[in-house]
Design a protein around this ligand. Sequence first.
Ligand code: PHE
Length: 361
Amino acid sequence: MTIDTEALGADLLQQVNDAAELSALEDIRIAALGKKGAITAEMKKLGGLDPEARKAAGQALNQIKDAVAKAIEARKSDLETAALDAKLAGERIDVSLPIRPEKSGRLHPISQTFDEIVAIFGEMGFAVAEGPDIEDDFHNFSALNIPANHPARQMQDTFYLKEPDETGENAVVLRTHTSPVQVRTMEAGNLPIRIIAPGRTYRSDSDITHTPMFHQVEGLVIDKKTHFGHLKGCLQEFCSAYFEVDDVPLQFRPSYFPFTEPSAEVDIGCTRKGGELTIGHGDDWLEILGCGMVHPKVLKMSGIDPDEYQGFAFGMGIERIAMLKYGIPDLRTFFEADVRWLKHYGFVPLEAASLVRGLTP
Ligand code: PHE
């Protein structure tokens, strides 16, 4: 051998243990074990030795090679652990520190309104149900008595993820209303039903009073002796509690929805004296929601016997009732993510809406 294998091994091991960084360790690995590395170079010389010497030197080199490779692995793991420890120490936060008041966040008015709605209906014994934003044709339309080519499909400016097939059905859509959650809840079949379903809805519509994504809350009650009087009482109770006006005047106007019969649109009393809109007893009306008795065909399609069960449903735009209660003039500002707007119209978090403690902090 032209070179002292023992010294080579000791030198490489020393270098490995001295490596202070992962990148330096990688350089050492290449310089020792790489194609042009020191150990590889010695291996190549073995061919020129006589058989006895070749065997001894080969064994010695293999031992060094294994020892160096092992040492590199061990050093690598040490360096990685040290790097992680340093990173964790650097990122440690003291969770016991009080927050700085000017940094505290605000609840978006949509979140606040959701919480108020859930608090009020919760008190009336409603559970919260959910459904997917991406819906199939059946749940968004057909099961709600809106068959293919029904004009109501055009009315809703649907976003199609998959266009309807030659039958005019089987599309995949962004749900245009929260009413498909009615269908999903009825299909699940746990009767009687008393749910609200707040969530996002989508329509291809964008102007001063429409955004392509908005929020609705659906309500559904199914029981054996449910009638229109229950619907009126329930909405009256909700509107008085939500707008914090005793006996707030409501007006039920006959209307049409394919999935309810009879159907109504509900207006709430207001005044516009002095150019400012105030909800309550007054000389004007403002439309706030759609509702009706669940159509027997809709019950039947979801597997409920309309001779045994009836029910009512309603659907309300969340932005709209938030704007009315909190005097927010422009719908589009809800989705501009402007921190100054949120600071002005937002709510202090951690003050959960409650009918007992007060809806608004
Ligand atoms: N889904 C209807 C809409 O988006 C509202 C509605 C819900 C009407 C439930 C009646 C019953 O316009």
